[in-house]
Design a binder for this molecule. Sequence first.
Ligand SMILES: [Zn+2]
Ligand SMILES: [Zn+2]
Length: 374
Amino acid sequence: MYRIPFDRVNWITSSFLIGTALIAVIGLPVYLIKFGIDWFQFSMFAFYLVATMMSITLGYHRLFSHLSFKAKWPVRFFTLVFGACAFENSCLDWASDHRRHHKHVDHDEDPYDISKGFMWAHIGWLMFKLNPEPPMDNVNDLRKDKLVMWQYKYVHWIGLVIGLIVPSALGYAWNSFNGMNPWIGALGGFLIAGVARIVVAQHCTFFINSLCHTIGRQPYCSGHSARDSAVMAFLTFGEGYHNYHHEFQHDYRNGVKPWQWDPTKWTIWTLSKLGLVEGLRRVPDSKILLAEMREARIRAQKHLAELQACDPSHAQRACDAIHEMHERLTANYHELEKAVSERVQLSRDVLNNWQAETRTMMRDIRRMAAAVPA
Ligand SMILES: [Zn+2]
Ligand SMILES: [Zn+2]
């Protein structure tokens, strides 16, 4: 049995997280059964959910924590205001925690260290303060931004007014305008676009720290726990390609392949075309492929060792095949590494061929590894 360290409970945060979750799972269904939902309440929920999630992924995360692009004040203001409505603390606190997460991933100083368990990474780190609060000495660049400091000072007021009072007031106004009971409209706004939206947005963000370090593939690096998952990307506005993100944290894209679901990346790109953001940082394709090849070589070596350790006669053919793939990967890797270090521009066709070859080999290596007898 785990002992709950009651003396270390962060009571305000814990009460908020548990209280909002209870309202969402008990109060909301009762309201929906009794009064239903109209298109206005649903649209408000959808708008608030997208605005809040996008403010966290585009604003708090990619803009302020990683400086992966530069934004004009309207984008910074919008994301700081709706980021406050997520009730995930101020942007300054959030970025400080997140920068420490990247610097110390999977180690003790990582605030949401997955090696302490799934629930710790998801929500436990917010509910318990086991260690003294570290100094926020890694966000001095953000302290120079007046909007960030304004939000830092008033974050709870902004969240309360814009995130809860405004949807309640709009629900009230909509119902009175349509000759319905205004207080039912206000309660609906509070429960649906307010509390339920906060709970959904928070847990989708928390998934990035828990599930995105638990399920999925590691095509770029298996040296840390971060993983790529299309399902998680769908739930997190594109943040689910977390293995890529931990390898190349300053890239404004998380879903770097054209077919990957990354609405945050598409929004940043669209804002750049509108002149509202600029300086989008991209890792060159050759460097991305180099990481994929390096990881494929590590996998090949690992599975070769596993195969050699089991019945040699059974594994000989598979060993030979993986050995051959490893040799080929190594040759490609060194050729690409040389081109990158000498800044030689490689043609799109060459990169595409190497990429396709690496992926096929990764798939074959996985298939053969799965066939290893236990
Ligand atoms: Zn992470
Ligand atoms: Zn990050």
